[in-house]
Design a protein around this ligand. Structure first.
Ligand code: EPZ
Length: 416
């Protein structure tokens, strides 16, 4: 899918923010922990959700997906133990299905998960977690086998903060009799959303310290109706669209500003005015932006997922800026594309240096999900027309993308 973006349009309008991709994917896996019916609300219609649904459909779960109502009904009475479908490689979050399935099956065989190419993305922490619970893990280039020898509660202390491994440890522990302790857990809002969902299903999870939880395994989890939180990365993406063009006015609805503090602080530092009214945020962008020096980090630090977008917007700042991505140190695939649009930015010893640039329209490629959105911002900023190739990757994580962008005034259309 090619997208054609013409600059020059005024960015002004109001859009609703959808449910969180990185919360709904593990919450779909939660539905596999019970044989009762689960109803998940505020499900964004994105291809990662469609692929996750295809995987659990392959496994034998009963599924009804009401796109209009944004509701997913899942009943996982009987499930296969071999996750042998190509959809597993379409997204990284497919590993949550392993975390859920191992509590029901003595042995699971799966293909490797996929996901955006952000540089090295090992799953060693996930494997070590399952081994810590008494499983044996075997892997070769294509297949992952997890066998439950004993299945015992354990204490895990993560050497680094990992969203996925934290969630997988919780999914595995909630039905293991006894007390499991997990230290150095990720605190992303999406992790809290999974914990809240599991507690509503009857799981016994308590925070005992800022980054430590205990889990008392329960015999059975019940099916519930659960509403997924809003997508803070989508929200930040549209606020950054507002910041990318002078004198824009972008209003986003159905959000909780508490989860966006790190992003709002950065936008205000750059000179944007951000007004918060209940579940609505309005951003007004200045004629000129200020540069800044920032590092990404685990929540509540600035999110790595918005780093490609922020670094693109900073091209229009008066001063130069620097960014270090502490989560994915090589997450700079957008820079090669930005350079094609006369953007001046380069990586020096792991630090991205961004210089004031006047972008010119051109042809670029969406290398991954967030790189794709960064290049849409570049198209909004560039003088002339920008063609974004492989735009379909954006549909992995942005619901109603073109409609929302057009509603905000961006001159964008799909083209052949
Ligand atoms: C989640 O990925 C998100 N994906 C990512 O969003 C996000 O960038 C990332 O968290 C960080 O916030 C989903 O939730 C589906 P990690 P995840 O485990 O869980 C290293 C997007 O665009 N690590 O928190 O895979 C890893 O290499 C996507 O929506 C290991 O070394 O990320 C990274 O440096 C992109 N071994 C760091 O930990 C492991 O076994 C944090 O990764 C696992 C991770």
């Amino acid at each position: 899918m090619k997208l054609k973006i013409n600059s020059g349009s005024k960015i002004k309008g109001t859009i609703d923010i959808s449910g969180a991709k990185n919360a709904v994917l593990p919450i779909i896996a939660c539905a596999l922990l019970t044989k009762e019916e689960m109803v998940i609300k505020n499900v964004p219609l994105i291809s990662d959700v469609l692929n996750m649904v295809r995987i659990i459909d392959y496994l034998g779960a009963k599924i009804e997906y009401d796109y209009q109502a944004k509701e997913l009904t899942i009943e996982a009475k009987k499930l296969k133990s071999k996750i042998d479908t190509p959809y597993v490689k379409k997204l990284r979050a497919s590993y949550y299905i392993m975390g859920a399935l191992i509590s029901r099956k003595k042995k699971i065989v799966s293909r490797y998960p996929g996901g955006c190419d952000l540089g090295k993305r090992p799953i060693d922490l996930h494997l070590k977690t399952w081994c810590s619970f008494g499983c044996k893990c075997f892997e070769n280039s294509e297949t992952l086998i997890i066998k439950r020898n004993t299945f015992k509660p354990t204490t895990i202390t993560f050497p680094l903060v990992s969203v996925g491994a934290s969630i997988n440890a919780i999914l595995t522990a909630v039905q293991i009799p006894g007390q499991t302790t997990i230290n150095n857990i990720a605190l992303e809002p999406e992790v809290y959303d999974v914990i809240n969902c599991l507690k509503a299903m009857g799981a016994k999870i308590e925070f005992v310290d800022e980054r430590s939880i205990t889990i008392e395994g329960v015999k059975k989890l019940k099916g519930i109706t659960y509403q997924v939180i809003f997508d803070r990365i989508e929200a930040g993406s549209y606020l950054l669209l507002g910041a990318s063009v002078p004198h824009s006015e972008v209003t986003i609805q159905n959000v909780d500003s508490a989860y966006l503090n790190n992003t709002i602080e950065v936008l205000e530092h750059m000179g944007c005015v951000v007004n918060i009214e209940g579940t609505q945020i309005t951003l007004i962008s200045p004629d000129k932006l200020k540069g800044l020096n920032i590092e990404t980090g685990p929540y509540p630090e600035f999110p790595t997922d918005l780093q490609p977008l922020l670094s693109t917007v900073l091209l229009r700042a008066e001063e130069s800026s620097t960014i270090i991505d502490n989560i994915y140190p090589n997450r700079f695939s957008h820079i090669l594309e930005i350079n094609k649009l006369k953007g001046k930015a380069k990586v020096n010893n792991g630090e991205l240096i961004i210089y004031h640039s006047l972008l010119k329209g051109g042809e670029v490629i969406a290398r991954d999900l967030r790189c794709g959105f960064a290049l849409i911002l570049a198209g909004a900023m560039a003088d002339g027309t920008t063609i974004l190739h492989e735009g379909e990757i954006l549909l992995r994580g942005y619901e109603n993308l073109i409609t929302k962008l057009q509603t905000l005034g961006l001159d964008i259309e799909t083209t052949v």
